[in-house]
Design a protein around this ligand. Structure first.
Ligand SMILES: [Zn+2]
Length: 164
């Protein structure tokens, strides 16, 4: 804490502490060096971590961009805009609750995959084809077989443990 008058750092005495109207904590302080009084306000800031892309670039979490990708996957499926909004809210909250400065963008992709799987398997499959990079009919077929067998969707490159 820096004194706004003389600039000395961490040399103030707390005179009193009380709640601020907006949910923060207000402290009345007195600088031990220059004797001036000032108040500080402490408030929690909710921050969404930066996303680290595959090529190492950082980008801000972009709610609109995420919504666009999900809308494409869910086009003409019986999923309401409200459900999609809720899913994106949930993803954003999960990211914030991680309390990290940065996370891999794959974390977001995985959350979308999980969310779509719970909502609609066709939408899930559309998203998975792009996201998991299923670039041939065999791998798409394998994913469908896996879903029909009631298994968890496979992650890219993960070994399958088929029980058949
Ligand atoms: Zn001071």
């Amino acid at each position: 804490m820096r004194c706004p008058y003389c600039g000395v750092v961490n040399q103030s005495r707390v005179l009193d502490t009380g709640p601020d109207q907006r949910g923060g904590i207000r402290r009345r302080r007195e600088c031990e060096v220059c004797g001036k009084r000032f108040s500080t306000l402490e408030r929690a800031i909710i921050q969404t971590p930066l996303l680290i892309k595959g090529n190492g670039d950082r980008e801000e979490f972009d709610r609109e961009k995420l919504l666009r990708g999900i809308r494409i996957a869910t086009a003409k499926r019986p999923i309401s805009a409200t459900e999609i909004d809720k899913m994106v809210d949930h993803i954003e909250q999960n990211l914030q609750q991680m309390g990290r400065a940065e996370v891999s963008s794959r974390v977001v992709g995985d959350m979308v995959i999980e969310g779509l799987k719970a909502l609609d398997l066709i939408a899930y499959l559309r998203y998975a084809i792009v996201y998991l990079g299923l670039d041939n009919l065999e791998s798409v077929q394998r994913e469908i077989d896996h879903m029909l067998a009631g298994g968890q969707p496979s992650k890219k490159g993960a070994g399958s443990n088929k029980a058949s």
